[in-house]
Design a protein around this ligand. Structure first.
Ligand code: C2E
Ligand code: MG
Ligand code: MG
Length: 652
């Protein structure tokens, strides 16, 4: 290792004669980084620990760098073996800095802790071999004029081992680096580049002592790019932030360590509307964070505006934490407890064990999904995600994926169920009903996917697809002219109706296929909220102006009421299967159905009775004066071609 002794005066060297300014700057920088790194509580990430180790070894290396320069300058005053020890320990520490760089960069690669340790064992053996060789091999000091440096087999061994580590790191990060965090990749590559440049420069110009300082630059780069603990802290509450939670959870998964989480969410709807409430929520969150941080084994993350996630490794411990947090939240308010609690309305989602979920993304999806569920549930304010709930969630995820694939691969099919006119003694219309054909060619009934599609919004795309296919079907087969099917009823979901662009989209589709709007009839169901109702009404007005008629579906299923019929410009009311069936089963239902029927007729509307399965039922309904019948008695919903055949050949 070249060592210089520029400007050495005849009386012996002073500090100003030693080329250690750069190293001293390095020490100051490292001290600052140590200060900033240790100021925050540690999250326990492996990469953080490895960074601190790297910084420790780098600090040691830099101090030895300075000490060895001083020792060389004063070499007449100290025993030879001590000088040799100092210089060799310095060059050994360079090898260990290289070692640290390699294991730090390897942290993102390995799946489990065991794997990580095993791999590191090889590197440790390598570094130890280098250490032994460096100590055993001879080192020489070259002294000519003002330049002094060390050389010999010991220094060559250092170059070789340091280079091995640098090359291994470059190979790992540069070649296989796609697997690792791109920021880490960039920082490590930069560090290695600086190191190589410094080593080559120092090799060519012995008076520039840059290698030790280059390690410091590496540490600084890593710190600012990745390991600054400030970047993991939420500024408002001092808890860890969402990014930190992602890293922490990822590490737990990678090492197959248990991970249990408690989500605490405060009601945003109420709070958002009142400004001073928002600062109240902030105070509340801060005090909750301070409280939770004191709980044993608990890490606290603030992930969204009004959401905290608490994490421990132990599911049972988390149950206790849940109770503690709940109690704290309830007792914090003092006098106006009830009112305050109602304002912020906290909700809790507890995931005791994440092992059933495949990855971190699934954990967060499940927590968020459940957060919405808790909000919707009127009773209670907490959900515990047990096996059954997780299994249900996973099934929903699977179905969601199936719907998306079916939409992408055009596997949404439409079946048609004929509707019989009692007056005309023939089939005059039909209902279009969605089906998915799965990858194996089997039919998936709508009961399995419609409710999920309603929740995640995919229903709009399904609805449009069914509508367009129905338009094409009517047009291509000239249903009215050739089969006497005057119109086809198509279901609209509540979600679709609240979308103000619905009318325009449907009109465009009818125009695209050049379809007479009186050939379709859209089925709506009741929607509870006023806002939804207003949007639905706007859509209906536009479509009715265009020439489309509407039916009210599911009348009699418990949520329907007569007022709704008065408000909505529908032409047909469809009696739900339950209502039709109940008519035959009990006397009360008979009265209800008859009374409803009279009122609906008085309003000038027609009625379809759904779910008629037997001849007796059909005759009874016909005798009542109901206009249309839809049910298994005539036919189940049929694929397009079978439906055409059925209507052409039907004889009832
Ligand atoms: P819905 O609109 O009330 O449709 C009538 C349902 O009753 C159909 O079930 C039909 O097969 C069934 N049905 C008819 N007659 C009988 C009978 O005699 N006995 C029995 N047991 N059932 C009968 P399907 O096709 O399984 O559809 C179920 C529901 O899924 C529909 O109820 C509708 O709410 C929804 N749905 C189907 N397709 C669509 C669609 O394209 N969009 C939307 N938004 N919803 C759809
Ligand atoms: Mg319907
Ligand atoms: Mg219905």
């Amino acid at each position: 290792m070249p060592r210089t002794e520029d400007n050495k005066s005849a009386e012996g060297p002073g500090v100003e004669d030693m080329n250690i300014e750069v190293q001293c700057c390095g020490v100051v920088i490292l001290m600052l980084i140590w200060y900033f790194s240790l100021r925050q509580k540690p999250l326990g990430l492996e990469s953080q620990k490895l960074f601190l180790l790297t910084m420790g070894v780098t600090s040691f290396c830099l101090v030895l760098d300075i000490v060895s320069v001083v020792a060389i300058c004063y070499r007449e005053l100290i025993p030879v073996f001590l000088l040799e020890m100092i210089c060799k320990t310095y060059i050994v520490s360079l090898v260990w800095v290289g070692y640290c760089g390699l294991i730090y960069s390897g942290n993102d690669f390995v799946a489990a802790k065991e794997d990580f340790r095993k791999r590191n064992r090889i590197y440790t053996v390598m570094a130890l071999t280098g250490t032994v060789l460096i100590y055993v091999l001879p080192i020489y000091y070259y002294h000519e004029g003002v330049v002094v440096y060390t050389y010999g087999p010991s220094c060559i061994a250092t170059y070789i081992f340091a280079l091995l580590f640098v090359l291994a790191t470059l190979y790992k990060v540069g070649v296989k680096g796609k697997e690792i965090n791109p920021k880490r990749r960039r920082a490590i590559l930069m560090w290695m580049f600086i190191w190589i440049v410094a080593a080559v420069t120092q090799f060519l110009n012995a008076s520039l002592l840059l290698v030790g300082f280059a390690s410091v630059i590496g540490v600084v780069t890593l710190f600012f790019e990745l390991e600054n603990p400030e970047a993991s802290i939420d500024k408002e509450t001092g808890a860890y932030n969402a990014h930190a939670l992602g890293e922490y959870a990822k590490q737990s998964y990678r090492r197959q360590e248990p991970f249990s989480a408690l989500l605490l969410a405060l009601n945003d709807a109420v709070v958002a509307s009142e400004e001073d409430n928002s600062s109240q929520v902030s105070v509340l969150l801060c005090s909750m964070v301070r409280y939770a941080e004191k709980l044993k084994d608990v890490k606290v993350f603030k992930t969204l505006e009004r959401e905290l996630i608490l994490v421990t490794a132990d599911g049972e411990r988390m149950q206790e934490v849940f109770q503690d947090v709940k109690r704290y939240m309830e007792n914090i308010w003092g006098e106006n407890r009830e009112e305050a609690l109602a304002q912020v309305s906290p909700s809790y989602v507890l995931l005791p064990d994440s092992s059933m979920l495949r990855n971190v993304e699934e954990v967060f999806q499940l927590l968020r999904h459940s957060r919405v569920e808790v909000r919707k549930a009127l009773e209670g304010n907490g959900i515990i995600l047990d096996e059954e709930k997780i299994a249900h969630f996973k099934e929903q995820e699977t179905i969601e994926a199936m719907i998306k694939a079916a939409l992408a691969e055009d596997r949404i099919e439409v079946f048609y169920q004929p509707i019989y006119s009692i007056k005309e003694h023939k089939f005059v219309s039909a209902e279009a009903l969605a089906r998915i054909r799965d990858k194996d060619g089997n039919i998936v009934p709508p009961g399995k996917f419609i409710p999920i599609a309603e929740k995640n919004g995919l229903i709009s795309r399904i609805g449009e697809r069914v509508f367009e296919k129905t338009c094409i079907f009517i047009k291509e087969n000239q249903l009215r002219e050739r089969y006497g099917i005057k119109y086809v009823e198509v279901n609209l979901s509540v979600r679709q109706c609240e979308d103000t662009s619905l009318a325009d989209t449907y009109i465009l589709l009818m125009e695209k296929h050049n379809l007479d709007p009186s050939c379709v009839n859209l089925e709506i169901t009741e929607s509870a909220s006023i806002r939804r109702r207003n949007n639905l009404l706007k859509n209906m007005e536009v479509l009715i102006d265009y020439g489309v008629k509407f039916s009210l579906d599911d009348f009699g299923n418990g949520e329907s009421n007569l007022n709704y019929i008065v408000d909505m410009p529908v032409s047909i009311v469809k009696f739900d299967r339950d209502m039709s069936q109940a008519y035959f089963a009990n006397q009360k239902a008979k009265f209800v159905m008859e009374a409803s029927m009279h009122m609906i007729h008085d309003m000038g509307l027609e009625i379809v009775s759904e779910g008629v399965e037997t001849k007796e039922q059909m005759e009874a309904v016909a005798a009542l004066g109901i206009e249309y019948i839809q049910g298994y008695y005539f036919s189940k919903p049929l694929p397009a071609d079978e439906f055409l055949r059925f209507v052409a050949e039907a004889d009832f």
